[in-house]
Unconditional design. Sequence first.
Length: 117
Amino acid sequence: MVELEPARLDAVFHALGDATRRRMLLSLAEGERSVGELAAPHRMSLAAASKHIKALERAGLVRREVRGRTHLCRLEARPLAGAHDWLKPYERFWNGRLDVLEGLLRAEDEAQKGSDG
């Protein structure tokens, strides 16, 4: 199990709280991208993209490397494992609730079949 310190976990959820940053992470999951490549689909300036990337860097989700004049970014997925671990109890909660609902619906279907037959 991966444990993140509270400040890092807060930074991860803050970073994931923005749709643009989530799309940037999806793009980085496919491979390394320049800041310009990350900015292009969102029709934003390099400065605006850089602000989003800085939020991802603070969360430890992105590592930026400067090669000449190009800033290349790559995904650092380890903090996502910590966020996933934090969410697991809620997954168990909802799975339990859905199991109960499924049982009720099956019982209702059986009762309906019994009254139709």
